[in-house]
Write a protein of this length. Structure first.
Length: 264
């Protein structure tokens, strides 16, 4: 469940790729190909000036620089905004992400970005039936679908991860729990015949390396086959099986990984 007191700063990514107003559109296209992002905040002297997306470049042909085609009316949020309020804005307006800014006088300094992925993950920090229900409600609202929740065992070899890296200390903790039969269930979304792992990547990878074939899961079964934004992001990152998850270096503890917008 997304706590009423959770703030945007608790879930936002501070590792944001930005472009400048004077950057050429050719360079932006190259950056899009390299990162597989479909848009970037436009920043000058640390202040957000707009957003540029593939849609902007298609609709406003003839420009050469970012400033020629970027959208200057940008909806932003703030680090102390309640995450649930930012989520409502995203769901209501169909946004997949919101830039996070801090006010410095009349300027708005970009300090991060919060995405639909962050909102979904905030529901399930620790898997409980209530938190899974909240996630289910969010999915139904976001995608206009119906679903049911089941409890069961899933084959680890069939899981499709949505997170490419796990931290070593938490991995060791989940490994310890598994060896003693104490691990919590993972959370999986079933769309068509695909099992999409949403929460529990440390547990799933630890189980895989321990030779465990099945793991207990909350399974959210969608009433029709749709491709989730989380799936698209994972596919772009080359994540297909649990074996594609990497254990981060010890020095990377606490660093938030890049989050590619799903583009819902």
């Amino acid at each position: 469940m997304m706590g009423a007191n959770h703030k945007v700063r608790d879930y936002m990514s501070t590792n944001v790729i930005t472009v400048s107003p004077d950057m050429t559109l050719e360079d932006v296209k190259k950056l899009m190909r390299e990162t597989e992002h479909d848009g970037f905040p436009v920043v000058e002297n640390g202040e957000i000036k707009g957003i540029i997306t593939t849609r902007d470049m298609v609709l406003r042909e003839g420009g050469r620089f970012v400033r020629d085609v970027m959208t200057t009316e940008v909806t932003v949020t703030f680090p102390d905004t309640r995450l649930i309020d930012a989520a409502r804005v995203m769901f209501r307006r169909g946004f997949s992400r919101l830039p996070v800014v801090e006010k410095e006088g009349n300027k708005k300094k970009l300090i991060g970005i919060v995405t639909i992925t962050d909102v979904i993950r905030s529901h399930i920090e620790r898997a409980t039936p209530e938190k899974v229900r909240k996630l289910r409600d969010s999915l139904e609202k976001l995608y206009g679908i119906k679903s049911v929740v089941r409890m069961g065992d899933v084959s680890i070899s069939e899981l499709r991860p949505t997170q490419g890296k796990v931290h070593p200390d938490e991995y060791r903790g989940r490994e310890y729990e598994l060896k003693r039969g104490l691990a919590e269930p993972v959370v999986v979304i079933k769309s068509g015949d695909r099992l999409i792992l949403v929460d529990g990547h440390h547990r799933a990878l630890a189980a895989r390396k321990l030779g465990i074939e099945k793991i207990r899961a909350y399974i959210i079964v969608l009433d029709r086959d749709i491709e989730l934004g989380l799936e698209r992001t994972a596919r772009k990152q080359g994540l297909r099986t649990i074996d594609d998850i990497k254990i981060a270096e010890e020095t990377e503890h606490g660093i938030v990984a890049d989050i590619v917008g799903g583009g819902e």
